[in-house]
Design a protein around this ligand. Structure first.
Ligand code: HEC
Length: 151
């Protein structure tokens, strides 16, 4: 359960930031990616809440994994055209100077989300789901630490 605990701890940070954030006024591609990230955040929150409260709905976990995976990899990269930094973005310009690293993290997100989905689809128990969730949470954290500027 160790990784799972990490995942649950991460959840607080991720979701709190997501909801507290004023993405009011965002337009165009910046709005699109904030919306995508918020949707990812909602799914993470749903799974985290289940892991916390003790009632695990594997079908719901599977839906979350699939939805997050759809936003990962190439789909995520498309939301970050070069130098798209208009306010109120929190994206760092380092994304484009360290594109290979950013790309790897976007792929990691997709792989981790698909692993969460398959863990659920294969009837994983709570500790297995928590572990996959923890791995997923680490991809969020790694990318945000490197490429997101908290405002
Ligand atoms: C490949 C990098 C990357 C990964 C992986 C990633 N994020 Fe993000 N995330 C960002 C960047 C960059 C921003 C800031 C975007 C902006 O403001 O233009 C962001 C913003 C957000 C926001 C704020 C959205 C808003 O309305 O402003 C939330 C919530 C969020 N991410 C949740 C998550 C969660 C949950 C995960 C993991 C399941 C995740 N992210 C994985 C890069 C990433």
């Amino acid at each position: 359960m160790k990784l799972g605990q990490t995942g649950i701890a991460l959840l607080g940070t991720l979701v709190a930031v997501g909801t507290a954030l004023a993405h009011t006024g965002a337009t165009g591609i910046v709005k699109e990616r904030m919306d995508a990230m918020s949707e990812i955040g909602d799914h993470v929150k749903a799974v985290g809440t289940m892991l916390k409260s003790g009632e695990l709905d594997l079908a719901r976990v599977s839906v979350a994994g699939e939805a997050i995976a759809k936003h990962g990899g190439a789909a995520m990269l498309k939301l970050f055209p070069e130098d798209s930094l208009h306010p109120p973005t929190e994206a760092s310009s380092a994304i484009w100077t360290e594109w290979a690293k950013f790309q790897t993290l976007a792929d990691d997100l997709q792989v981790a989300a698909l692993t969460l989905k398959s863990t659920a689809d294969e009837g994983g128990d709570k500790s297995q789901v928590a572990e996959a969730f923890g791995t997923l949470g680490n991809t969020c954290k790694s990318c945000h630490e490197a490429f997101r500027i908290k405002k």
